[in-house]
Design a protein around this ligand. Structure first.
Ligand SMILES: Cc1cc2nc3c(=O)[nH]c(=O)nc-3n(C[C@H](O)[C@H](O)[C@H](O)COP(=O)(O)OP(=O)(O)OC[C@H]3O[C@@H](n4cnc5c(N)ncnc54)[C@H](O)[C@@H]3O)c2cc1C
Length: 439
């Protein structure tokens, strides 16, 4: 069938497009194994298509994992749970809670699949908390030949070490074992802080709160700080927007984005206006916020679409780096309206994790989906390079093979293992080839 006649596939922002020749939608691990074995490459699995890079896209065979969903088993004693790979995080929260468990940390949305989140090192914030991949204690992997391998510290240990952030390069995960913790509640509080006070107190804020992050519009003098801390108070039910619908709370921001497209000179004033909304935060004062079960507390409904770049830099350099990013964005003259997001992630030992061997600060740059992003992001990427930044695999960057080898100490070992696992390149699209510098 000609490419134009095939059913199209798009990522969340709408900027990555593909026309797969074939599709798989397995209902079981056995069906997945059979499908992968017989599939014509390049084969990519996708979870929710929430990556901004084309890592899930293919014009070959696209494997939709959405029917591999649910908890296989959970053990309250060990805190470990085996979860089918395609389970969406939004569905997983209540399923784990029913078993008396919760994920130790999550990002700021929950639309992703577990395997998609794990595949790219998806993370939330917390100085003492690793990424979602850092909480993986085992997984089952369907290899290019259709074999199913169980990987953990004790079984196929090298694959386990490398495979917890593997961009789907070794095969397709069918199930993942997560090290969870007893179900818990979090109290959300926060408010705006002047930048000089925020940076003066940033270490204490990160140390004294289980989850600390802030959002900063580069033209504003204040940032919005969000804090989450454990609580024993009764939990409220969070009102969530059904998938695919717009959140009314986003209406003003969406209108501001549209306005700024046509009146770029308004962007500074609009950013200062939005940054000034909400209550001021005095971190030393007692405060009371909303309490939710953890899986409800972490995510927000992000219904204004955007493209995103994110780099992880050594934690101690985070404050300097974000200030330089903000300055660069103002001075470079590009039209943008979204705030920067700043978070902390604990270091880990996963080969291609952006947090490998170092506690990190992550800085995210967003651009409204109706506006071009490349000029702005490339300008900011230069700042991240000066700080030794490592890219988020699901977010936009322009780094390739040799450059990545300089950032990830285990890069060459990873690419060697990749060649062994996938000698015929079944999982290699042109994008993945370029990324890995593969022939
Ligand atoms: C609105 C929005 C908010 C976001 N917030 C955060 C955040 O707070 N923190 C953060 O770190 N990131 C965040 N991200 C990025 C996002 O978490 C990652 O890009 C994540 O990988 C997307 O998950 P997915 O299920 O959509 O995976 P996809 O994008 O579909 O796939 C991602 C990768 O995983 C691979 N993969 C998927 N399933 C499997 C499988 N079963 N076996 C092997 N490989 C597989 C794919 O082939 C691909 O390489 C956000 C993205 C968006 C759009």
């Amino acid at each position: 069938m000609a490419k134009a006649e095939r059913e199209a596939w798009q990522n969340w922002s709408g900027w990555v497009n593909a026309a797969p020749r074939a599709r798989l939608k397995p209902k079981s691990e056995a069906a997945l194994a059979e499908g992968v074995k017989k599939a014509e490459g390049p084969l990519r699995a996708f979870g929710a298509g929430h990556s901004f890079t084309p890592i899930a896209a293919t014009d070959g065979t696209l494997a939709d994992l959405s029917l591999l969903s649910g908890v296989e088993s959970a053990d309250l004693q060990t805190g470990r749970a085996w979860i089918k790979a395609g389970t969406k995080l939004r569905a997983l929260g209540p399923l784990l809670q029913a078993e008396g468990l919760g994920l130790a940390n999550q990002g700021d949305i929950d639309a992703q699949s577990l395997s998609g989140a794990v595949g790219t090192g998806t993370h939330g914030t917390g100085k003492e908390l690793p990424s979602i991949s850092g909480a993986v204690s085992g997984f089952r992997l369907v290899t290019a030949s259709g074999e199913v391998l169980t990987c953990s510290e004790n079984e196929n240990a090298v694959l386990f070490e490398a495979g917890r952030v593997s961009l789907g390069a070794f095969g397709v995960m069918s199930a993942i074992e997560m090290a969870c913790r007893p179900a818990y509640k979090l109290e959300e509080s926060g408010g705006r802080m002047p930048l000089d006070r925020l940076f003066a107190q940033i270490d204490a804020l990160a140390r004294e709160n289980r989850h600390f992050e802030f959002f900063w519009f580069p033209y504003a003098e204040e940032a919005y700080v969000k804090l989450l801390n454990e609580s024993e108070a009764p939990a409220e039910q969070k009102r969530r927007v059904p998938e695919g619908e717009n959140a009314p709370s986003d209406d003003f921001f969406r209108a501001a984005c549209e306005l700024a497209i046509h009146f770029p000179a308004k962007r500074a004033g609009l950013q200062a206006l939005m940054a000034g909304a909400g209550k001021p935060l005095d971190p030393a004062a007692p405060r009371k916020g909303h309490v939710y079960w953890s899986h409800d507390a972490f995510p927000s409904d992000r219904t204004v679409r955007f493209n995103e770049m994110e780099f992880a830099v050594p934690a101690e350099n985070g404050p300097d780096c974000i200030r330089e990013v903000g300055r660069t964005m103002r001075e470079a003259g590009y039209n943008f309206l979204f705030p920067l997001e700043y978070r902390y992630v604990k270091g880990d030992d996963i080969w291609l994790s952006p947090f490998y061997g170092r506690d990190s600060a992550t800085i995210s740059v967003h651009q409204y989906f109706k506006q071009p992003y490349e000029g702005l992001f490339r300008e900011v990427e230069k700042v991240f390079h000066r700080y030794g930044g490592r890219p988020h695999w699901g977010k936009l960057h322009w780094l390739k093979g040799g450059e990545l080898a300089g950032l990830y100490p285990k890069w060459n070992e990873f690419t060697k293992l990749r060649r062994e696992m996938d000698a015929k390149g079944k999982f290699l699209t042109p994008y993945m080839k370029a990324l890995f510098g593969a022939a």
